[in-house]
Design a protein around this ligand. Structure first.
Ligand SMILES: O=C(O)[C@H](O)[C@@H](O)[C@H](O)[C@H](O)COP(=O)(O)O
Ligand code: SF4
Length: 605
């Protein structure tokens, strides 16, 4: 079925805008590719170092020119519950490679930050930069050039975007992403948030709060809310980097291990040495990127992807804009309600039909490009399935159900929860911003109230504790942009602003910083560009100025006369405290060279 006319039109304008960049990229990818194994260009010395620890049989195979070698890039560590399961993946992948007549080596590890551990802490100021550091680290691993395909073990917020940037920078190689799956459901996310608001109001103590948090985040696997990490899994499947049905299978299960083995074998099957050569740089094109954005809107995915998708697309020579993302939101309905956009978690989403049902519904109305390449072959229709195990422990796939397993979690495309994706770009005299309203009640889609200006999130939390915020106001939290301090997530603002909103006050947040993918119920205009540290208009706002945030009209305005506002001098603050401590001194070059948020807040372009 041809894609919906609006989807086709937006895709066509991305293709047109990207043409020179994309053609140069594809030329490089094709020139780098080779018919033989990539290690064939290495000297004997290079090769001997590369397979020094291999078995004699592996050395003999690698010395030859026919056996494909798989490079594993792993983001394993014990800090991220989502990545801890990866500790055992390399041996499983090596065994699968052997069974398939290939070899697999760990090409390198990459760092991975848990945004949950650093949330509200100085470490969060390294979070966004860690995406590009992860891309660099993965590039270091793959630069050994011993490999005919790569598999990526990464899930969370900045890790998948960084790994995709690396995979596309090595676009001559096939790349398969292998997920580890969500942790099993614990304390419901809305109950966790209720306890947090009680703690913010001083109605429960740390013991009760820690007990609730520990029951919510209780074991291996991705946190079960639909934040950036689980948005990443959705993206990897709908863009064709995952095997069909792989995203939301819990770790430590037979199906999970079978999917891991299958992915390793598939990666070896799509190298240049076989008959289904699928280099990542050609597999991912403008249609794949648009499919990712459609999935993001249909599921109420993380606002962080208004940064990451722009940076990921750019790595493949594709120029994506916030206007593209915003215009796609207008034509893609919301058909999944997963916390914070609902009460369900990703396990419920998977049980209700998951990715196979979602893709089937979106294809039904031509809202996805079906004519795309994936690691599984040609066409996205192949992903309208559920993965299961047969009696022999092999992965089999059954058609996704025609009906939703839970109509409160997954809706039919004909009867969506909202007619649009709710991830909008805002424009006005403060510059550009983005807002996600899929978790914001309709009566809060337009907020007009006096500004109260803060220069960090702790200031707001302290004002809340002093009882100074029981009023209608727009919190302006500035000097939180990429150049100022690495553009941290300001998710610790969610409980106090949520309490004030629940008390009936009209509140909103306006910031050049970010929010968590898990934030949602308070209207927030985020990623304001230009940022305060670049002299952006947000630096001219004063306490008491009336701010109007209109998510319906797509505008963000300070209601001050143009002449007066233009005549104001942007406030400048001393940011030297951001330059040292918890590793921030190591990222000074990133703060100096990082690009604007609407360009992906990247140090690469
Ligand atoms: O973008 C995201 O999804 C968030 O960065 C998420 O990964 C982070 O861990 C949150 O901080 C979790 O939520 P809590 O902090 O509420 O546990
Ligand atoms: S989802 Fe967030 S909190 Fe959970 S493991 Fe990943 S980065 Fe950490």
């Amino acid at each position: 079925m041809a894609a919906h006319s609006s989807i086709e039109a937006i895709t066509a304008r991305i293709v047109e805008r990207s043409k020179p960049l994309r053609e140069a990229y594809l030329d490089r990818v094709r020139r780098t590719g080779s018919r033989g194994p990539h290690r064939a260009v290495l000297s004997c010395g290079n090769l001997a170092h590369g397979f020094a620890v291999c078995s004699p049989a592996e050395k003999a195979a690698l010395a030859g020119d026919v056996v494909p070698n798989l490079g594993i890039i792993t983001a394993y560590n014990d800090m991220l519950s989502a990545h801890q399961p990866y500790e055992t993946f390399p041996p499983i992948i090596r065994e699968a490679a052997r069974e398939a007549g290939g070899i697999a080596q760990v090409a390198g590890g990459v760092p991975a930050m848990c945004d949950g551990v650093t949330q509200g802490q100085p470490g969060m100021e390294l979070s966004l930069f860690s995406r590009d550091a992860i891309a660099m680290a993965a590039g270091i691993g793959l630069s050994h050039n011993m490999f005919d395909a790569a598999v990526f073990l990464g899930i969370c917020d900045k890790i998948v975007p960084g790994l995709v940037i690396a995979a596309l920078s090595f676009g001559h190689l096939p790349s398969v992403f292998i997920p580890a799956g969500p942790m099993t459901s614990g304390l419901p996310n809305d109950e966790k948030s209720r306890i947090r608001q009680l703690y913010a109001e001083g109605k429960v103590g740390r013991a009760e709060l820690l007990e609730a948090e520990s029951k919510s985040y209780h074991g291996p696997g991705t946190c079960t809310f639909y934040g950036t990490a689980n948005s990443n899994q959705m993206l990897m499947e709908i863009m064709g980097f995952h095997m069909p049905g792989a995203s939301f299978v819990n770790p430590g299960t037979p199906l999970r291990d079978a999917l891991t083995k299958e992915a390793a074998k598939r990666a070896l099957a799509i190298t240049a040495l076989g008959n289904e050569f699928t280099p990542a740089g050609e597999m991912i094109d403008e249609r794949s990127i648009v499919n990712g954005i459609v999935g993001l809107h249909a599921t109420g995915g993380s606002t962080n992807h208004t940064l990451h998708l722009v940076a990921m697309a750019r790595a493949a020579g594709i120029k994506l804009t916030w206007q593209d993302i915003s215009d796609l939101s207008d034509v893609v309905p919301l058909i999944a309600r997963v916390y914070p956009n609902g009460l369900a978690d990703v396990n419920h989403f998977h049980a209700a039909g998951g990715m196979g049902f979602l893709i089937k519904q979106l294809l039904k109305q031509g809202l996805l490009h079906d004519d795309v390449r994936t690691v599984f072959g040609q066409g996205l229709e192949a992903y309208t399935v559920e993965a299961k195990l047969d009696a022999n422990g092999q992965v089999v796939r059954e058609p996704a159900p025609e009906e939703s397993g839970d109509k409160k979690v997954l809706a039919l495309i004909e009867t969506p929860f909202q007619s649009n994706g709710g991830l909008k770009m805002l424009t006005g005299n403060l510059g550009k911003a983005v807002i996600k309203i899929s978790a914001v009640k309709p009566e809060r889609h337009i907020i007009e109230a006096p500004a109260i200006v803060f220069h960090d999130q702790q200031e707001l939390q302290d004002a809340f504790k002093r009882g100074e915020l029981n009023r209608d106001f727009v919190a302006v939290v500035r000097f939180q942009g990429p150049k100022a301090n690495g553009m941290p997530e300001l998710h610790r603002l969610t409980p106090p602003l949520g309490v004030l909103q629940d008390r009936g006050f009209k509140v909103a947040l306006v910031t050049d910083g970010r929010m968590s993918g898990a934030s949602g119920k308070v209207p927030a205009a985020i990623h304001i560009t230009p940022e305060a540290s670049d002299g952006g208009p947000i630096a001219k706002i004063r306490d008491g100025d009336i701010i109007r945030l209109d998510a319906i009209a797509g505008t963000l305005e300070v209601l001050v006369g143009a002449a007066e506002f233009d005549a104001r001098t942007p406030v400048v603050v001393d940011l030297s405290d951001n330059e040292f401590g918890m590793g921030r001194e190591l990222f000074a070059a990133f703060r100096r060279n990082v690009g604007h948020a609407d360009q992906g807040a990247s140090v690469f372009a």
